[in-house]
Design a protein around this ligand. Structure first.
Ligand code: BGP
Length: 466
């Protein structure tokens, strides 16, 4: 099996999960900075008064802010062709609504991009990865307010122009489709609901504002440099039916609508029948402004990037409601209960490519596991190697046998980082171990795991070692 030589192998991180230095050089607070872990619980609360004796995972992260040279050197040693990272919006605009950017914040990313260039690593930059500036949430109600479109575009213009000579690949909002799926889309959109708020309606309005912002960013990015390639980013929930009962198939179709809702708008440029049917079910219609609809039409994405961790199974229950099953009896689960399904990745690639015929970029895939050191202090993470090997194999089948266009693959968390779901360090994804524990203790020392050498060989052979 052979891949194109231009295939972008690499790894993916997000600023709030690695950088730390949460107030350094004028950075403002963002929504991740006020999330805390107490008594093993991950607590979300939009208040900015840090409590004593409680651990805030983003405050130190893995201190990439001060270790970036060492970390990028290790990525280069693995042969990374690209590195997906995010810019922390609140480093550039600490309150989100200023007119002028924070120069010290911009300088930090100058250093990162220069370092990546030294090793010929192509940056793939997410503009907003669960990092909305806190002030925008408190003062404006976050993405409920269309003013955020203007603020986001101001930020985009600054980074598009400043980093033009370094960056060509941009991604707008991380896992935007999770807004409809999540009970409260705190990470995705900075939303915690008020009492009596019509949650569905808010989710639709928030999604609209974000998709308009994304479309306008795509247009702006192309105006600034026509070579810019700007993609959307979704979490892809490949879904099976519990049985071949026609009603279960209907359940599956219904279940996946929430996800096509976003890709349809961002790739096709309009609210499709799938989108309108979701509104209809809630007996709502939305009359969006003409200029917004025009923005959606003229700002469709260049590629679709997505995360893939697991697949799901659904059925239609006796009340004719879609019900998610606890798991798939044909596959194993991770320690965090996620179904391990490499073939689901091949199916996802086909599903997305069939529907949109746009290049695809797998920007997150990986295994969160508890790593243990052996007597000599080494980490032999064969389980991680197995997981990634099986997924990459299916990706290659999709590319070579099914002729799906995939431009790259970045595994999630090439270096151990803070987990979004749990706020923990013990859920590790990395090829590089970081000596840091759940409570924040540890020397922050980096160490290569067995998977480090395995992935290095995968990249060196352009996937032929798989
Ligand atoms: C995705 C996020 C990432 C990452 C990943 C793993 O949803 O885009 O930021 O964290 O999931 O999830 P977790 O950290 O909960 O294991």
């Amino acid at each position: 099996m052979k891949l194109d030589n231009t295939f972008l192998w690499g790894g993916a991180t997000a600023a709030n999960q690695i950088e730390g230095a949460y107030l350094a050089d004028g950075k403002g607070l963002n929504i991740a900075d006020v999330e805390r872990v107490a008594n093993d619980k991950h607590i979300r609360k939009v208040d900015s008064k840090p409590l004593k004796d409680i651990y805030y995972p983003s405050h130190e992260g893995i201190d990439f802010y001060h270790h970036y040279k060492e970390d990028i050197k290790l990525f280069a040693e693995m042969g990374f062709k690209c590195y997906r990272m995010s810019i922390s919006w609140a480093r550039i605009f600490p309150n989100g609504d200023e007119l002028e950017p924070n120069i010290a914040g911009l300088e930090f990313y100058d250093k990162i991009f220069k370092e990546l260039k030294r090793y010929n690593i192509e940056p793939v930059v997410t503009l907003s990865h669960y990092e909305t500036p806190l002030n925008l949430v408190q003062k404006y109600g976050s993405w409920r307010n269309e003013k955020l479109i203007e603020f986001f575009l101001r930020y985009c213009r600054v980074v598009f122009e400043r980093y033009d000579k370094y960056v060509s690949y941009w991604v707008t909002f991380n896992e935007i489709n999770e807004i409809l799926n999540q009970n409260e889309p705190y990470h995705q959109a900075g939303i915690l609901f008020n009492d009596n708020e019509n949650r569905f309606k808010t989710k639709i309005l928030v999604s609209h504002n974000m998709m308009v912002a994304s479309a306008k960013a795509v247009k702006l990015g192309h105006e600034i440099n026509p070579n810019n390639k700007i993609g959307c980013m979704v979490q892809w929930p490949l879904t099976y039916t519990a049985t071949c009962r026609p009603k279960d198939m209907l359940a599956r179709q219904k279940f996946m609508k929430n996800d096509f809702y976003y890709t349809d708008v961002m790739c096709r440029g309009y609210y499709s029948n799938v989108c309108r049917s979701i509104w209809k079910e809630e007996n709502l219609t939305f009359d969006f402004k003409k200029e917004d609809l025009y923005a959606l039409k003229t700002g469709t994405v260049d590629f679709i990037s997505f995360s893939y961790y697991f697949s799901s199974v659904v059925k239609m229950n006796s009340k004719d409601k879609v019900e998610k099953l606890d798991g798939n009896p044909y596959v194993k689960k991770t320690s965090w209960g996620w179904d391990i399904d490499p073939i689901g990745l091949r199916l996802s690639l086909n599903q997305l490519y069939d529907r949109y015929q746009l290049p695809l970029f797998i920007v997150e895939n990986g295994l969160g596991a508890i790593d243990k050191k052996d007597e000599s202090g080494d980490i032999n993470d064969d389980y991680r190697i197995q997981f990634l090997n099986d997924h990459i194999k299916e990706m290659m089948k999709a590319i070579i046998e099914d002729q799906v266009k995939v431009i790259g693959y970045t595994s999630w968390g090439p270096i151990d980082l803070v987990s979004v779901g749990t706020g923990e360090m013990k859920k590790r994804y990395g090829f590089i171990y970081v000596d840091k524990e759940n409570d924040g203790t540890g020397s922050l020392k980096r160490k290569r795991k067995k998977s480090f050498y395995w992935y290095k060989n995968v990249i060196k052979t352009n996937g032929e070692s798989i």
